[in-house]
Design a protein around this ligand. Structure first.
Ligand SMILES: [Zn+2]
Length: 290
């Protein structure tokens, strides 16, 4: 719980600076724990953007007495729309409707904001509709995309947003020698095959142990991304040294390979074949960096 509170404090410290320094970007992707819980924080951010009482101290208790803030609190502010899916995906038609609503100039002479709940429910077809909107933002329109897991958001969207987080951190991973060795070999690439035999004999002994280790490796990558983008997470020094030359894009590639391959372990799959497959894909990432 303490973690969560400090997370919120960090979030508001960041947005406070953004607003104060007038450094708003056009699109934010905010990682949250739970929409119903976190929407109050998101609305607070929106109020910080829209409220005209600039002398109000912008902490979490920001203004709720001006007309704008009142309307936002009551969900009646006309230039704040929330798009949410009513099924598996957010539909193209919902986004077209949103775009047409924001096409006309606002009558309120203020910035306008729209929120997309579950940005991970934008598939490539619906995302295309919104991309142009994110790419050529009108001066006064700000997008806030929300997700529980930013790694489920398609990359074309992700890369156009500034990423913020209200999400509770992963529990600290206890990092042992085996984990460090495996991480080193993954990052080295070819070494995975060179040390294949000792890896299987000593570290990746069976399916279950492999599964646990790769989950930890994935969490290390996720922690490292947080560390890169927000400088918020504390990270093991050895991990930082191993990963320091790897770009964000490649870290995301590693994560998605592990996410694709891990579920296959639950099927009745030949374990050695599974290892060959995941190793080849991991090595490929390294090759592409050369
Ligand atoms: Zn206000």
């Amino acid at each position: 719980m303490n973690d969560l509170i400090s997370r919120q404090t960090e979030f508001f410290d960041v947005v406070d600076q953004i607003v104060k320094l007038d450094k708003l970007s056009h699109s934010y992707l905010i990682e949250i724990n739970d929409f119903d819980e976190d929407i109050k924080h998101i609305k607070c951010f929106v109020k910080m953007i829209l409220c005209k009482n600039k002398d109000v101290s912008y902490n979490k208790l920001n203004c709720s007495f001006c007309n704008i803030c009142k309307l936002i609190d009551e969900d009646n502010y006309p230039d704040l729309k929330i798009v949410e899916s009513d099924g598996q995906w957010i539909k193209k038609s919902q986004l077209l409707e949103l775009k047409s609503e924001y096409q006309n100039k606002s009558l309120l002479d203020n910035k306008r904001v729209y929120i997309i709940k579950d940005a991970d429910k934008l598939n490539s077809s619906s995302a295309n509709t919104i991309l142009k909107f994110l790419e050529e933002p009108e001066e006064d329109i700000i997008a806030i995309l929300l997700t529980n897991n930013r790694y489920k958001v398609i990359e074309t969207i992700l890369s156009r947003c500034q990423i913020l987080s209200l999400k509770e951190e992963n529990e600290n991973i206890d990092i042992d020698d085996n984990l460090i060795t495996l991480l080193r070999l993954i990052i080295d690439g070819e070494a995975l095959f060179i040390h294949y035999k000792s890896l299987i004999d000593d570290i990746l002994i069976d399916k279950e142990i492999s599964k646990q280790l790769f989950i930890k490796i994935e969490n290390i990558f996720i922690d490292y991304l947080n560390y890169m983008s927000l400088k918020q997470s504390e990270l093991n020094g050895e991990v930082i040294t191993i990963l320091k030359d790897i770009s964000e894009k490649n870290i995301i590639k590693y994560i998605s390979i592990i996410e694709d391959e891990l579920p296959k372990l639950s099927f009745n799959i030949n374990y050695k074949l599974w290892l060959d497959s995941i190793f080849s894909k991991l090595v490929e990432v390294r090759k592409c960096m050369m």
